[in-house]
Design a protein around this ligand. Sequence first.
Ligand SMILES: Nc1ncnc2c1ncn2[C@@H]1O[C@H](COP(=O)(O)OP(=O)(O)OP(=O)(O)O)[C@@H](O)[C@H]1O
Ligand SMILES: [Mg+2]
Length: 339
Amino acid sequence: MGSLLQVRGLRTEFGSDAGSAVAVDEVSFDLDRGETICLVGESGSGKSVTALSIMGLLPRNGRVTDGEIRFDDVSLLDLSEPEMRENRGNSLAMIFQEPMTSLNPVLTIGDQLTEGMLLHLGLSRQDAAKRAVELLELVGVPRAEQIVRDYPHRLSGGMRQRVMIAMALSCSPALLVADEPTTALDVTIQAQILALMKRLAAASQTATILITHDLGVVAEMADKVAVMYAGQVVEEADVFELFDHPRHPYTVGLMKSIPHLGADDDARLESIPGSVPALANMPSGCRFQDRCPSVMDRCRAERPDLLETSTTGKHLVRCFLYSGEQAAVRDETTTAVAS
Ligand SMILES: Nc1ncnc2c1ncn2[C@@H]1O[C@H](COP(=O)(O)OP(=O)(O)OP(=O)(O)O)[C@@H](O)[C@H]1O
Ligand SMILES: [Mg+2]
């Protein structure tokens, strides 16, 4: 049996009157129980589309057109919409960036929290109500007994996000996808919520996909990291390996753009000159070529693959600068297989 989640060669396209645009291309990664992978990369790099593809929550004009998503040995792309919905209630959960838009303004917090549990866990109304209060206490909501009777607009942003996390955790999902779950919140609350997510994930062996712009958050939360650029993963490694030995010139640029990791100032990834190419205008060859300080002729002519560069651990890089190492890893594996 492989990892809990296996994403292989994922390709997601959006249709429009002008034709179709590929937003995510050749995205692959694995995730085990209890493990956290962070997806990082500039705005528009395909992080949310990757998450929505996995959750089966793409907007109407979006479609997965290639690749495979296996979760708990089931091919998610082959499931019907009702089967996916059942999965989302049970074993897959997602926390969105903006808590207000994801809570229903006309239902009480308690009703929203119990809805999933009534539907998917078959709890009685009374047990679900009791569990709702417990969940709110677990995520650090004070006066939980009263809050269950309140409507979302009565709560602060931090409290609403806690409610969202409680909802996401209410059916003990095996996989939690959190898309910038704390961006809208102030720094102190952000730290509390992340610490909470980390504790809960560790306690219940939840696998987590955490999307963030913030490399400080990555350092704090990730076991491993996939760096995305223009719809593709350009580098993937264990978090320590990635911070100690970033390889792809894009990752190196991201790292340089942080003044002090862990400092209070906003460690956002925005200062690499130039911008991500438009979907309709992807260059042939490497997608980072026009911003890359190390660009070579080959980068304009050929598309690099995401390949292993380390013979000892896992460090995948989509860059011709490392084709020597990639060849060495290939030789070693061929020799190992042959002998
Ligand atoms: N509904 C849609 N229709 C057409 N294109 C879309 C749609 N949603 C996303 N895209 C495009 O897909 C690409 C990837 O977008 P995505 O939202 O995944 O980026 P992101 O990495 O999550 O960025 P951000 O950090 O800003 O959230 C972008 O070029 C975006 O314009
Ligand atoms: Mg996004």
